[in-house]
Design a protein around this ligand. Sequence first.
Ligand code: DC
Length: 645
Amino acid sequence: MTHEFLDLPQLISAAGTVRLPGSKSISNRVLLLAALADGETEVRDLLASDDTERMLEALKALGVGVKHLGGENWLIKGCGGYFPVKQAELFLGNAGTAFRPLTAALALAGGDYVLKGVARMHERPIGDLVDGLRQLGADVTYLGNEGYPPLHLKPANIVPGGSVKVRGDVSSQFLTGLLMALPLTGETVAVDVVGELISKPYIEITLATMARFGVMVEREGWQRFTVKAGSRYVSPGAIYVEGDASSASYFLALGAIGGGPVRVEGVGRDSIQGDVKFAEALAQMGARIEMGPNWMESRAPESGLVAVDLDCNHIPDAAMTLATAALFAQGTTTLRNIASWRVKETDRIAAMATELRKLGALVEEGEDFIRVTPAALKPAAIDTYDDHRMAMCFSLAAFGTPLRINDPKCVAKTFPDYFERFAAVTRAAPVIAIDGPSASGKGTVAARVAAVLGYAYLDSGALYRLTALAAQRAGVAWNDEAGVAAIAAGLDVSFSESDIRLAGQSVGEAIRSEEISSGASQVAALPAVREALLFRQRAFNTAPGLVGDGRDMGSVVFPKATLKVFLAASAEVRAKRRYKQLIEKGFSANLPDLLLDLQQRDARDSQRNVAPLRQEADARLLDTTALTIEEAVNQVLAWSREASQ
Ligand code: DC
């Protein structure tokens, strides 16, 4: 497996509008009810994901008319409760939101069906649902292990005047599946929930969606649900799938931390999803929230966010977002009653605590709570545990530090283009990338531009020089790629205004000698060394901005730099400048040798295979042959003003 990562620069603000992808829970409920309904339904804003694809495939296999209208819009030709195909074998992958409701509907639909999934699907229990269906007269056989898929369904012998008992304390999905299938019995059926019903907001989504298709469920508290004989699903014509309320949480948090306003479209005051309550939690932290029927907007408070102590049982998924938002709230935030985090995609309490600590936050965790105290954040590589929400939550931390997110594509589970949308509403700390050959004056120009703007300064050449020096001191040859890369990865270096320290010791001029210049050029040609130094360089991309100089600042390290400058000068002029520099520093030097050396290094830096020195198409050329340093600095500053307008 290739190691994929995404490096985020430090963010300085957030504002804009995001149209959310459709909710997964609502998408598959709507598809099934549209298939069971009388009439055609135009389903708009359906979520494009694995789970919905499995459902669409299954419906097609059952003879339901499914037409893609383009984009996220689909036309479903309802079959009035009777699937045209009476015998089929369906493969449902790992799509729980397709498997459970289809089991219920097909068990009561009067056909002969086999339902299968991937191996993991066959480890996910379904016995409670099957027990409920059997009480109604369904004929269900387990083809593998008792209580688990795959299943064989044959036509049911519906028991008249039915009543069903189903457990509510394990998963609300069984109750959802049963309720949606009840109109197929043609009888009045009452469902009694045994045990305390969990995840009530999800049952509310089920009831609201059924109501949109014309079936009203009578509810006595959360214990008894009754569907009357004669209930039929009828197409509402067109139906919009609400945006995913859990996905909204990241953008609302962005607005609350990064100024805002950030508006999400697709969920709002009229939402049927429980996770919209996240907005209230964020408001308790001080965020300024506004809502319309199908939009929400957040802005930062004037005086900064404040910590909260919250019971999060009603918003388990969105509450994860509060854990990383807490990094920007004054005080200690405690999120309670979140034991369910431990049994999700990963043990989310442990994962959250481990990764927050990497960034420098103080974290305390318990069986069912997490407590986060902010601190000055430091760059780190964040692991995401194949959990989409971990990846999305930690993107918020970029307001405190540049960071690396490992395996960012795990967001595809619910939000495939999350990071594109994220980039569209956030503004990163700007970078001025100055590349050019040795002794072109870029170091001096870059450092002065940084000082004028109050930005950080990255002398990337120094990192290659330090690597060469550290390798030499450790007795590792400059052509030993793995050996030098290991040295680069572990480089213990600190930069300050006047000084560079290696393993705590000032390096002084040791990295500027001709010998180390040559060593730096050699180690810089090794791909593993460049890879090892990549994140270290990107970690300089902090607020309020950065000026970086080197060979690949604009091409590889900061390809999205606000301004890219290619600083050039004739080899003769550069050799003379270098000569003067060396003499001033008390080194002995010889001009013809220097020129030759420079030409050799130019050749190696620009002809190597990896990140060769070249002028990027979007870089501006600054030829300093006939310019003073002052003139060069002023030109870069003028371009920088232009670029930031
Ligand atoms: O800029 P400098 O002369 O200090 O760089 C020293 C060496 O490091 C030089 O030979 C090229 C290499 N280098 C690089 O390959 N990429 C960079 N971004 C910076 C320097």
